[in-house]
Design a protein. Structure first.
Length: 343
């Protein structure tokens, strides 16, 4: 594989390409050569692949100092949280240096509900790291992913690598355009959803109600706490920024607990909650925290009404203790890395 060396990358800022692979050999060659080129240039490297790929990738990285290996199934559980937590943490630890990141956010077997969110993540990456000295390679299984997902790869990556050759993606689109195209109306909640009016004097009652629903659905105490915090953030935002009454609804559906807050007002920034605000900023951290606490988060605005829907998987355990999730400090990060020796 010599595609990385031959890519028509810009001299500065983000270099973002996608490697479309067919076999494990292509997969490993693409990672090995990309990582080796980075280490030859003394660039710190992060490799984030899903759990089932870790035993395959680990031997390729053995003996290469300055490489960190992360479980994408953990740090990318909610794709919208990858950038503001794991990637932001990695980039901020090496100020002024060019870095390399290998990521596989979407893989065959991942729940289909996450596919759209993974493509949104790939689009947002072009904005979030646009001015950062980062070379990012994203991996996609051409033989196992559906055609619709593969078609979106060209929309979200300025360059495509296949067969050892890199080329400019003629299908690349502005991130805002991709996000707009990926927006889908949310299915209506069931009629028996637990419904609570969101009002300033009723936040304690709202927290108690969602905690009761979560416990009855089988969430662990820790995940009930996640739900309580996330719903409080959404309710507070609706009361602060909304243009009228808001409503919260909770229900169980196909192995998930879903909870949404809906009210008048429009969320006009498609990047809200996906890119951390300045470290000295005091606004914009609520939705960021919501993304970190939940498995998926849907945002939809139509006819002047914004609905934010939370997904908590009833079959998933809480994140392991080694992967701390911020519960009261929205500015904190979650890592999940096997740290390499200091560079």
């Amino acid at each position: 594989m010599t595609g990385d060396d031959r890519s028509p990358f810009p001299a500065e800022g983000l270099r973002h390409d996608a490697l479309l692979y067919d076999h494990d050999r292509d997969y490993l060659d693409g990672i090995r050569d990309f990582v080796a080129a980075g280490r030859a240039a003394d660039e710190p490297v992060l490799v984030a692949v899903p759990t089932h790929r870790l035993p395959l990738v680990q031997p390729v990285l053995d003996g290469l100092g300055g490489v960190e290996l992360a479980d994408m199934a953990v740090i990318g559980r909610n794709p919208a949280a990858i950038i503001p937590t794991a990637l932001r943490d990695f980039v901020d630890r090496f100020p002024g240096r060019r870095l390399r990141i290998v990521g596989e956010s979407l893989w065959p077997g991942r729940p289909s509900a996450a596919y759209r969110h993974c493509m949104e993540h790939e689009a947002v990456l072009n904005v979030a790291l646009a001015d950062r000295p980062v070379t990012a390679r994203c991996l996609f299984d051409r033989s196992g992913l559906p055609a619709a997902a593969l078609a979106c790869v060209g929309h979200t990556h300025p360059w495509l690598v296949s067969g050892g050759v890199a080329r400019i993606s003629r299908d690349y689109q502005r991130p805002e355009s991709v996000l707009d195209q990926l927006t889908r109306p949310l299915p209506a909640p069931p009629r028996d959803a637990v419904t609570v009016l969101v009002e300033p004097a009723g936040l304690a009652a709202l927290r108690a109600t969602v905690a009761t629903v979560g416990s009855a659905a089988g969430l662990t105490e820790e995940r009930v706490d996640d739900l309580r915090i996330a719903v409080t953030e959404l309710a507070s935002n609706a009361l602060t920024h909304g243009a009228g009454p808001a409503t919260a609804r909770c229900w169980v559906e196909r192995g998930e607990l879903l909870c949404e807050v809906s009210g008048r007002g429009e969320l006009t920034d498609p990047l809200a909650g996906r890119i951390p605000p300045p470290r000295d900023g005091v606004r914009g951290r609520g939705l960021l925290l919501v993304h970190q606490l939940c498995d998926l988060v849907d945002v939809h605005t139509a006819d002047g009404v914004t609905t934010i829907r939370l997904h908590l998987d009833l079959d998933r355990d809480p994140l392991p203790p080694a992967i701390p999730v911020p519960r009261s400090a929205p500015g904190a990060t979650q890592n999940g890395f096997a740290l390499a020796p200091p560079l």
